[in-house]
Ligand binder design. Sequence first.
Ligand code: GLA
Length: 715
Amino acid sequence: MNLKSTIALCTLALAQSVFADDFIRINTDNVDLVLRVKDNGRVYQSYLGKHLRYEADLQNLPDGTEAYLTHGMEDYFEPAIDIQHTDKNPSLLLKYVSNTTSSKDGGNETVVTLKDDKYPITVKLHYIAYPKEDIIKTYTEIENKEKGAIVLKKYASSMLHFSNASYYLTEFSGDWADEAHISTTQLNFGKKILDTKLGSRANMFTPPMFILSLDGEATERTGECLLGTLGWTGNFRFTFEVDNKGNLRVISGINPYASEYSLAAGQTFTTPEFYFAYSHSGTGKASRNFHDWARKYQLKNGQGNRMTLLNNWEATYFDFNEEKLCGLMGEAVKLGVDMFLLDDGWFANKYPRHSDTQGLGDWDETKDKLPNGVGRLVDEAAKKGIKFGIWIEPEMVNPKSELYEKHKDWVIHLPNRDEYYFRNQMVLDLSNPKVQDFVYGVVDNLMTKYPGIAFFKWDCNSPITNIYSLYLKDKQTHLYVDYVHGLYKVLDRIKAKYPNLPMMLCSGGSGRIDYQALNYFTEFWASDNTDPIERLFIQYGYSFFYPAKATCAHVTTWNRNASVKFRTDVAMMGKLGFDIKLDDINEDDATYCHTAVKNYNRLKPVVMEGDMYRLVSPYTGPHASTMFVGKDKQKAVVFAFDIYPRFGDKRHNVCLEGLDANRQYKVCEINMMPNASSSLNGNDRIYSGDYLMTVGLDIFTGNKLNSRVIEITAM
Ligand code: GLA
């Protein structure tokens, strides 16, 4: 940071030429983002890339493109901001005012203040750089000091510029039970947009994350790339536009679709945060940086422990009573997990929740099923020495519910049209403070009545349909945005009152997942699809951005062709849970699971806090492997899966990563079925870290649906 900012600020009115060659340098240990104030008083992005060794070289950088492009001026491509002034003038011209630096949220913050020279509109660009993690967090504030309201038509969080020979965009798309599917395309002239318009279950088709590779496709270990993601639990939009000169502009923020926002006089609009990791040595490094950063700065209780659990959803669906649940708690104890999680189906009396067709919104225990209430279950769990968690879906309502009958005005619906239902339900209007109180009350009432509840699974199964808010009246285009603000108000209150309460973010799988939500949630449900083969792909996709400790993975009965061992080994790469009845599995499987839970608890510091290396991608062939290495390099664990190897396949050693080349490590296969012995070549032998990383191990087999967990321990 070397801007002569204070001088510039004082002399702003006197001479604009004083700005020439002033630089604003935002940097981490390995990355530089350089903005330049040109003699016209406007701010340009001169550089984004590898850290520059010599300050003097900043002078040699090209001018670049205007950093936060406005609508209505001389640039012909997509702007970051587009507003309409009180007098209906649609243009904005932003000139540099000042910049400041300070420490914030564990990083170094630079705030660049810009102002229109004709209208009292101020725009502040915030950049918080995390030196060790090479992550930059950015957001924007737009302040209206005009006499009346202005209209925000586009209001991006961030705009970044690239000037490279080629650009490759990797996106993560999918659907229910098919999340985070990876595909890569080259970007050529024109626009590519990734966005969502679903409102609440906003990420059902795509989460707000992307990988941009520069000058060729980056691999795990090589290439220049940027991993970007937006912290917004609603509609987002990423616009990638290659212009006439072959430069790429990337605009990230709230999706402006149907969301013109009127900003009253004297108000400031703060955009969501956009986070990016920049790497010059492939995607693996950027992912590890994201994981470190998230654990330290972003995830709720990011550095704390996570509980293993038994969930009853797939074991019972809606068909349970007190006795059945208490029986399942006994199974949780046998498995050795930390918690029992009661899922959907425990509430509502006028329209008991016996299926997903009714009862949502009525949060009293169903008397027939739970005559002694949730309290009896909390007590039973305590007696058995485990914790108790509970499922809620507080933002939603079934039309067949008392809530709907009493408070139709709280439901997002078009008053003059037929209602459209998604999973037989509708979305409550969180822009309304009364609805916020109600939603907050779902958690607060349960916690007040049953302080022993140790965990919430917060679900959200429907996108916003029938979009109209009785509360917002003539401000209907605020609904998508105010819904999310309302949600954050609720979650803020919960976090303030219950700062240590772990909560799982769920949305019919991971139909809602972003880093702002994860500031309120300790973990997320990656998919309803728990077929372990599919999970290899889904968990692989999310691993680019989210650490294992946040990624819930349960062992279920999906895909019985895969052994319980295979299913468990896959789930152990995330936050382990079970959703299976022990009755459904044989004694050997049950013994195996018990041992696996013990192994998992022992390896938690490695899987949850360590560095993750994606050794072999499931996308590249019949095998997949991921490895975790403890921060002290004392212990590591390798997960290896043979999915569908063919008879003639040639297998090669896989080189491990992240170990200390100069230490000796013992290699030992664990998670074996009772009485089975390891067929791993070199099992129980000692190797140098150098050997393991240079020559590698023959970790795969030619057997279909075979899995191995290999523990590596420094001697
Ligand atoms: C969603 C969740 C599931 C389960 C059901 C209950 O689909 O993703 O895990 O909780 O709701 O209705």
